[in-house]
Design a protein around this ligand. Structure first.
Ligand code: SF4
Ligand code: SF4
Length: 357
């Protein structure tokens, strides 16, 4: 308890100092968010180019020097990363086949704890795509269409059902079972399988993807709001974040601008504290509020207001720190050699979830 209160005092002072610096020097949180979204998009494009080169090398049967297998791609393997995290808890070991995925997953979990479901509106490329589709939607329809509440509520639970399905399969697994999966050829080439899913997309998968994009154009954030289990997990963790948006009912002039701008359709002007699992911490409501000190992010244990820019910088710093820890500790690149991957590659369509190589 003493340690916790010492931490809070120190945290309180540090937050105050950094808040003062940031208040006077950095860009607005929306600019910062756009910068981060674009940076992550370019990062993902860069990873995609590296993957194209790597798979071309595998397809050539290993002609010439092996290009680098981009470890960042494993950030798109959340199920494997959750299993890796469970393996880490149970054995104390970082599994060496796709360690980058684990560090990225931990970074995203920490971001969610610091700033709710911020992964969705600051980092995720699908979140960015949904946001762009929403902008097109607003231009096309001149207003935001949404499903009626009686349909919206049950549909929102779909993503939790999907998440529950995955977690119920993973949580009971012991270290041996986890090891069977993490050491399997299936897991060894899981990132390549995922790449091939998009690069050699089947007509069925293409129609489903196109359908989801169209749905997201007509009903903004359709995928994020109803179907994405990763977003569900981040939203659930975000519920425990000590940093929440607080409305000062005394100074609020009930203009409704915060609610109008909210992409998660949260009735911000009707609550005192935003506690929704749908809040993506985009902070558009905070930045839109015309009355000073009325809508702010508050750190509940310390009761201190936190500038949204500071939260944005913290989100970015969390990513950089966790990636740095992965690199420095030697847990970033896969332990699988290029030769071993080349050996496994011909069987890529036939591997089961367990088995050895
Ligand atoms: S409540 Fe505010 S921060 Fe949360 S999603 Fe809505 S606009 Fe963004
Ligand atoms: S934008 Fe600010 S002033 Fe307007 S309703 Fe929301 S909290 Fe109140």
């Amino acid at each position: 308890m003493q340690v916790y209160s010492d931490f809070l005092v120190r945290y309180n002072i540090s937050v105050y100092i950094v808040s003062m610096i940031i208040k006077n020097t950095s860009p607005s949180s929306q600019k910062l968010r756009s910068i981060m979204q674009v940076v992550f998009l370019f990062l993902i494009l860069f990873i995609g180019i590296q993957f194209i080169q790597y798979v071309a090398w595998l397809d050539s049967g290993g002609l010439g020097d092996a290009p680098r297998r981009p470890p960042g791609a494993t950030g798109f393997l959340p199920i494997a990363s959750i299993m890796s995290l469970s393996f880490l808890f149970q054995t104390g070991e970082v599994h060496s086949v796709h360690p980058a995925g684990l560090f990225l997953f931990i970074a995203f979990v920490i971001m969610s704890f610091i700033a709710g479901k911020s992964f969705c509106s600051w980092v995720c490329p699908f979140g960015l795509l949904s946001e762009l589709l929403e902008k097109v939607h607003r231009r096309l329809f001149k207003r935001v269409l949404s499903l009626p509440r009686w349909l919206d509520y049950p549909l929102r639970s779909l993503k939790y059902l999907l998440l529950g399905f995955f977690l119920l399969a993973i949580i009971p697994m012991g270290a041996i079972e986890l090891g069977h999966y993490l050491n399997s050829p299936y897991h060894a080439v899981a990132d390549i399988k995922m790449y091939r899913f998009f690069a050699q997309i089947t007509p069925f998968a293409a129609y489903v993807t196109l359908g989801l994009i169209l749905f997201s154009l007509v009903i903004p954030y359709f995928w994020c709001r109803y179907l994405c289990p990763y977003g569900a997990l981040m939203g659930f963790i975000g519920l425990f974040s000590p940093n929440k948006i607080k409305r000062n009912a005394d100074s609020c002039i009930d203009c409704g601008k915060c609610t109008k701008v909210c992409p998660a359709r949260i009735l911000v002007d009707k609550v005192n504290t935003v506690r929704s699992d749908e809040c993506t911490s985009c902070y558009q409501c905070v930045d839109t509020c015309p009355v000073k000190d009325t809508l702010e992010v508050t750190n509940f244990p310390t009761k201190r207001t936190i500038p949204t820019r500071l939260l944005g910088i913290t989100i970015a710093a969390t990513f950089v720190i966790l990636v740095g820890i992965g690199y420095i500790s030697g847990n970033w690149d896969s332990s699988l050699s290029a030769e071993k991957t080349l050996e496994l590659y011909p069987g890529i369509d036939f591997y089961l979830h367990t088995g050895t190589y």
